[in-house]
Design a protein around this ligand. Structure first.
Ligand code: NAP
Length: 349
């Protein structure tokens, strides 16, 4: 068991993403220098977990501090309930507390880009074209092997179920949960007849709207009953490793050009840099004080035209929050029942 004295333990899901890595870098910079920081990276694969550790370790070496930075990893696939349960079990066996949980991992089911529509939208209104694109086509009806809506399970239910299992660790020393949402989480993207997002053409945006509502429905009870502080953040727009991977030289630089143009035209959300995007999540984890920093708002990573960062809060429409929570809790009970014999302690008689 690990000592809890002057030590902060942070788990970042999807660590090997632009945002995940920069959350780790900024945590190292933001926590007091004499604090020992343990960063638990997660990935679906061991090579990517190792790669995250190497990158964060290189950063830590260039930013010397009194307290050490050490690492652990968990292999979790949030579209696989057995993997989620195993991950939570492994974590609970190894640690007595968790200080920060960043629900950062996410996946969409991109189909293609409608280039004609993209050209039209980006020429007519570059800011809207970047922050509320109508040209990104997504697959409809994709399900996980657990027979749930794929994006719903990956982005919403999987992390929610994991949190339910590790609540004792988070409540041990007033831990914090940071949910990563998006500026694209408009209420119109979620239908209450389709909470698993299988019939919608915008499952990714719908999953972010569900996250907003889930946060609004849970943060007060978490604070009151468990001493856990939960914040909702959105990182603005930045270069995503997964999205950039599918672009060629011309489309990548075309995207950057449009990003800078939208920022120049006055959008505060075009951070471009993953480091700037990680401002709000790390602020919410380390600096935000629930007495002054209202948990009922969404904390956004924003920047001025010259790229200087600041935090910008947004109100969240709460209509339907209790319905979303009720649905997720019912589903949680169902999966508790299905998985009840999954983990057995082989050392017990
Ligand atoms: N990019 C933007 O402009 C933007 C805007 C608004 C919000 N966001 C949000 O910011 C966060 C980070 O975005 P990003 O663009 O940096 O991420 P990204 O490059 O798309 O990477 C996503 C991460 O999620 C993990 N992941 C994907 N599917 C998973 C699964 N089934 N189980 C467990 N982990 C899984 C991946 O880890 P492995 O491959 O290692 O398993 C990967 O590290 C996401 O929540 C995203 O929705 C991004």
């Amino acid at each position: 068991m690990s000592s809890t004295l002057n030590r902060k333990i942070a788990l970042i899901t999807g660590t090997n993403s632009n945002l995940g890595l920069n959350i780790a870098y900024r945590l190292i910079e933001s926590l007091p220098s004499d604090t020992r920081i343990t960063i638990i990276v997660t990935s679906r694969t061991l090579p990517r977990a190792r790669e995250s550790i190497d990158l964060i370790n290189d950063f830590a070496k260039k930013h010397p501090r009194e307290g050490i930075v050490d690492f652990d990893y968990l292999l979790i696939d949030f579209t696989d309930m057995v993997s989620i349960l195993n991950g939570s079990y492994e974590l609970s066996q190894k640690y007595v507390k968790l200080d920060y949980f960043f629900a950062n991992s996410a996946q969409g089911v991109a189909a293609d880009i409608n280039w004609l529509q993209a050209t039209k939208e980006l020429c007519l209104n570059p800011v809207k074209g970047v922050t509320d694109p109508g040209y990104k086509m997504q697959k409809v009806g994709v399900k996980s092997k657990d027979n749930m809506g794929f994006v719903f399970q990956c982005n919403v239910f999987g992390p929610y179920y994991f949190i339910q299992k590790i609540k004792p660790l988070l409540s041990k020393d007033h831990g914090r949960i940071i949910w990563v949402s998006s500026i694209m989480s408009e209420p119109r993207h979620l239908s209450f007849d389709d909470l698993q997002l299988v019939n919608t053409t915008v499952p990714y945006e719908g999953s972010k709207r569900s996250i907003d509502l889930l946060h609004m429905a849970t943060y007060e009870k978490l604070q009151k009953d468990h001493g856990i502080t939960q914040y909702l953040i959105q990182p603005g727009i930045f270069t995503s490793f997964s999205a950039s991977g599918s672009l060629n030289f011309f489309t990548y630089y075309g995207m950057l050009f449009i990003f800078y143009l939208a920022r120049y035209l006055g959008s505060p959300w075009i951070n471009i840099s993953g480091y700037t995007a990680a401002n709000a999540p790390v602020y919410a984890a380390v600096l935000a004080n629930p007495t002054f920093d209202k948990q009922s708002t969404k904390f956004g990573s924003a920047c001025y035209t010259d790229g200087h960062e600041y935090i910008k809060n947004q109100e969240v429409d709460t209509a339907g929050a209790t319905d979303v929570l009720k649905y997720l809790d019912q589903l949680k009970d169902e999966w508790d029942e299905k998985l009840k014999d999954q983990i057995t302690n082989s050392r017990q008689k």
